[in-house]
Structures are given as C-alpha cells and as structure tokens.
Write a protein that binds this ligand. Structure first.
Ligand code: SAM
Length: 260
C-alpha cells in the first residue's frame, strides 16, 4: 500500500480512482487477537473482523502519525460502513473520500483522524461541527466528547445522518439544518468547533462562538483546489493560529463562505 503524506485528498479524489482498492485489501496484513476485545476472526460492530480492523487502523492511521489512543479507539469502534451508501459498501474502509449523494462526500478516514486529533478532546467538551454530511465524523466526535451539535445545510443529508446516528444509539448528537458559517449563537460558546468543508476564510462568527478559555477551531482554509488545515486556539481576546496539513474538501457554501 502506498501513502501520500503531503496532500491528503479528502474529498475531490472522487474523479480519480485509486486503482479500485476495496475492503478486501484490508485483510491479512497484521492479525492480532486483542483488538476491541474480540477473538481473532470474530466480527465487531464495524462488520470487520479483528485483523481487518487492526490492518486499516495501522496502515492508514498509525503509520501516518495518528497517535492519540482515544482517537484510534473511536475510529475502531464507529462502523464506517453504516454511513456509506449501499453502492459503495465495498469501499467503506478504503483510503479515500466517497460520494454520499447531493454532490457531497464522506471524508477520507485519515483526514477524519487528523482533524479529530487536532481538536485534542478530553471527554467533557461541547463540540460544534459544521458539515454533517454522512454523520460519520459526528459519530466519532460523539465517542470522544460530552455533546456534539452538527450543522448541515442540506436537509436531505441531515435527515439521513440523524437517522443513522440514532440507529447506532448515540444520544449526545444533535443534527441541525442551517448555514454553519454563522455558527449557532443560541447555543454558544463551544469548547471545540470543527469545519469539514473548505472555507475561503475563517468565518468571524465561529471564532466569536469559541469558548474564551482554550476554545479551539479546526478548519480547512484556502481556494477550492487546495486548502490548509488551520488550528485556532482562543485565550480571552487572543487567538493563536497554526497551519497544518494540505487537504482538499468540498466547498463550504454560505453567507460567510463561498457563494451558492
Ligand atoms: N463530516 C462529513 C462526514 O463525516 O461525512 C463530511 C462532510 S462533507 C466533506 C462537507 C459537508 O459540508 C457537506 O455535506 C456540505 O453539504 C456541508 N456544508 C457545506 N457548506 C455548509 C454550511 N455553510 N453549513 C453547513 N453545512 C455545510
């Protein structure tokens, strides 16, 4: 398996296939019996057996630097295939973004892990996600934080994501339809805000709705062809900003982002 470390195409890889890699590729690389408390070969909640789970986690995430054990555990636990349309089931754990309808995508697993790790969640946080999409990232956040509010501008995606999230038993996720570039003032402040679509700039409302005491915003910013993951941390009126991985996301569309 080959990894691209500089540019992680999270969304717009859809037009170029990666050689038709399917979930079958994930088997038989490393087999450990201790993953997720399952016996070797036994299928877990993800539908993969222990060896398959360890393989994709090790190859796609650990080998590329994801270290937070809580993030790795969450990625092991959440069944990605539940969020992937029937027609793409064989690719559910492939190293790429996948279409979910309405011209949108479920992000590449590695990118989900990078962004989640960048949030630095400890467990007690209230998190706002902008761009629910399939609901997969929201489920990962629900494993790691106290409360997740996720905003999606397309009602049909929000409805389907809500259905899946509820069916998996998550009770700490609220899916809201709206323009996430405005944040959600009525429920601010948020300890963490994650934007999962590419923004032309950092929307002002999001930095203002960060909690003043160590609030953190993770957002891909840049032109449609490529963005950079920015991590902004708030301390009172001071905002510190660092730039991380290059990535490519579908556009953030709204009042304080790209036009329709
Ligand atoms: N987090 C998603 C997942 O786990 O499947 C992937 C998100 S997808 C890459 C980006 C999503 O952002 C799309 O569903 C798109 O409709 C949504 N979006 C774009 N602009 C938005 C906005 N202003 N407010 C809320 N959602 C927005």
């Amino acid at each position: 398996m080959r990894y691209i470390s500089a540019l992680h195409r999270s969304q717009s890889v859809l037009a170029s296939t990666d050689g038709g890699r399917v979930s079958a590729d994930l088997s038989g690389v490393i087999r450990r019996a201790d993953a997720c408390g399952l016996l070797e070969g036994e299928a877990g909640p993800s539908g993969l057996d222990t060896g398959q789970i360890m393989s994709w986690i090790d190859e796609q995430l650990v080998a590329r630097g994801i270290r937070d054990p809580r993030v790795l555990d969450a990625m092991r636990r959440v069944p990605r295939e539940a969020f992937v349309p029937e027609s793409s089931q064989a690719l559910a754990y492939a190293d790429r973004a996948l279409p979910i309808g309405s011209g949108q995508t479920i992000s590449q697993p590695f990118m989900v892990a990078v962004m989640t790790e960048a949030l630095g969640l400890q467990g007690a946080e209230r998190v706002l996600e902008i761009g629910t999409g399939s609901g997969y990232q929201a489920a990962i956040l629900a494993e790691l934080a106290a409360e997740v509010i996720t905003i999606e501008r397309r009602a049909e995606l929000a409805d389907e994501a809500r259905r899946i999230i509820v069916s998996l038993g998550y009770s700490n996720v609220d899916v809201v339809v709206g323009d996430g570039t405005l944040g959600l003032a009525s429920r601010a402040p948020f300890d963490r805000i994650l934007v999962t679509a590419g923004a032309p700039r950092v929307p002002e409302a999001l930095t203002q709705q960060l909690s003043a005491d160590g609030g953190r915003l993770v957002i891909p910013v840049g032109p449609p062809e490529q963005q950079w993951l920015k991590v902004i941390t708030r301390d009172g009126d001071r905002f510190d900003d660092s730039t991380r991985e290059a990535c490519v996301f579908v556009p953030l569309v709204g009042e304080d982002a790209w036009p329709e």
